[in-house]
Each structure stands twice: as structure tokens, then as C-alpha cells.
Design a protein around this ligand. Structure first.
Ligand code: ZN
Length: 276
């Protein structure tokens, strides 16, 4: 999850050129109005209603994306440089594009730069699917319009027993009201199987990472572990972003003294040596 600057594309100019073609010219003003409405509503699907173009027009609008996705503006957005994580879900990969409002429902925004967000293949290929809103105020965070993701908005809760731990993504405890609801919806809808596999890996790797850094200590106390985990969290925020998967994992560990103690025990050299 990242807050991004909106792409620097002149969508109305693109539309103007397109609508010089006879098959599109009749739709120019309705289309321009839809773009403007999207911008004013910051993509909020509770406000942006799909414009009812004729059915064949919708299909042709969707096809525009297929015809243009390898070139120009769309390629520039997909290849946005310097992304620390997936702007939608926080995974460590990028390289595809997500239609923030799905093009099957909102074909008029198929090639609209503000509706195209660089994302990872999980986001693009189905975790989000055709879900648009939840209850009441719930809808996805928009990387171009929502500023929430500039600071830490989520972390992991470790479900007991720790010997068979499960990982629940939860909003940061300092969020309340609508922001907390929106973050809960966002992470609840976007994080799936790949996320759980990644958390398994983080969980298994942390004791060794602590041991590597604290090998000079005969006995790793929880306070030593916490200090080192805080250091790792700072590093991960720098490299992967404040709302990346590993950052949310380490924040969750630090919020749970029992987990910190568990990791300290596993990391202590004697205990480690005794493990099979
Ligand atoms: Zn993603």
C-alpha cells in the first residue's frame, strides 16, 4: 500500500484525439463528464456512478485498453519506477496494472490514467476481483487520492496457539472510525493465499535473523530481541515501505510481547542448538 502522485497524463487530450474518430465522436461530452466526475469524487465508487453508454460502446471501451496496454501512457504507469511495494496490497512485487474501478463495470475508465494503478499480479489477477464496495463507507484505498497510507495503517495479529500460528491482518490500533473501517475492508479483501505464505516465511525466518545479529549474546532476552526487531523494522520501512508486508509483520511482533519472547527463545543459541 502506497500513496502515489497521480500520473502526469493529459487524459482529456487523449480523449479529444480519440473522439475525432467517427465511431466515438458522439460520446465525447458524456465521456469527458465521466472523467471529471471521477476526479472530483476521487474515484469513490459510492459517488462515481457508471455512465450508461450503449452496450456495444462499453465493450469497445474495454477493448481500447487491450489495444493500448503495451504502449504510451498505460505502459508508463505500469512501469512506474522506484515503487517500494505494490501500491494496492503492499506485496513485494509490481509489474502489472490494476483498474481501480474494474473495467467490466466501469468501461468508460478503461484507459483513464487516474483509474490505472501499478500493482502486483495478485491484485491484478483476482484477489480483488469484481468487488468494489463493502458496507456503508467501505471501499478500497486509492493510491492517487487517499493519503492514509502515508503512515502505518495495518499490522499482523498472531492467532494462538503460537505453535500453529495463523496471521490476521488488522488496522493499526491508532485508527478509528471511517479510516479504520476502510483499512479493514482493504486488507480483508486484498490479502489472500500469497500473503499467508509470505507470513509463514517471515515467521520461520525471524529467529535466524535475530540469531545472526545477536550471536554475541549467550542469552537473548526479549528486550534484546525487541531492540533488534525495531532496527529491522526501520530497515524494512526504508527498503519496502511503511505498509509493506514485512513492515506489517514486524509491527505486529513488536505489539505482542508474548511473540517477542517466543522469538527470543527460538533465537537463543543454546535452544537453537537443541532443536532438531
Ligand atoms: Zn498487490
Amino acid at each position: 500500500m502506497l500513496k502515489l502522485d497521480p500520473p502526469d497524463e493529459n487524459d482529456l487530450k487523449t480523449l479529444g484525439r480519440l473522439c475525432k474518430q467517427p465511431e466515438w465522436s458522439a460520446h465525447k461530452s458524456a465521456w469527458e463528464n465521466a472523467y471529471t466526475a471521477y476526479k472530483i469524487a476521487a474515484g469513490n465508487p459510492w459517488i462515481v456512478k457508471s455512465v450508461v453508454f450503449a452496450e456495444d460502446i462499453g465493450a469497445a471501451q474495454q477493448k481500447l485498453y487491450d489495444n493500448r496496454k503495451q504502449g504510451g501512457a498505460i505502459r508508463r504507469i505500469r512501469d512506474t519506477a522506484g515503487l517500494k511495494c505494490c501500491p494496492m496490497c503492499g506485496s513485494g512485487t509490481t509489474g502489472t496494472l490494476d483498474h481501480y474501478l474494474p473495467r467490466a463495470v466501469y468501461p468508460e475508465f478503461s484507459i483513464f490514467s487516474l483509474n490505472l494503478v501499478p500493482a502486483c499480479s495478485h491484485c491484478n489477477s483476482g484477489e480483488k476481483g469484481s468487488t468494489i464496495t463493502g458496507d456503508d463507507d467501505e471501499y478500497f484505498l486509492h493510491p492517487y487520492f487517499d493519503t492514509l497510507a502515508q503512515s502505518a495503517i495495518w499490522q499482523i495479529r498472531f492467532e494462538r496457539p503460537l505453535a500453529a500460528v495463523r496471521f490476521t491482518p488488522v488496522p493499526s490500533p491508532d485508527l478509528a472510525g471511517v479510516p479504520a473501517k476502510r483499512v479493514a475492508f482493504h486488507i480483508g479483501e486484498l490479502l489472500g493465499g500469497q500473503f499467508n505464505r509470505s507470513m509463514d516465511t517471515e515467521w520461520e525466518a525471524l529467529p535466524q535473523r535475530l540469531r545472526d545479529r545477536l550471536e554475541h549474546l549467550a542469552d537473548i532476552r526479549p528486550a534484546d530481541a525487541a531492540l533488534e526487531i525495531r532496527r529491522q523494522l526501520r530497515d524494512v520501512i526504508g527498503s519496502d515501505g511503511v505498509n509493506s508486508w514485512p513492515a506489517a509483520f514486524l509491527r505486529g511482533v513488536l505489539a505482542d510481547p508474548e511473540v517477542v519472547a517466543h522469538m527470543a527463545t527460538l533465537a537463543t543459541p543454546l535452544v537453537a542448538a537443541a532443536l532438531p
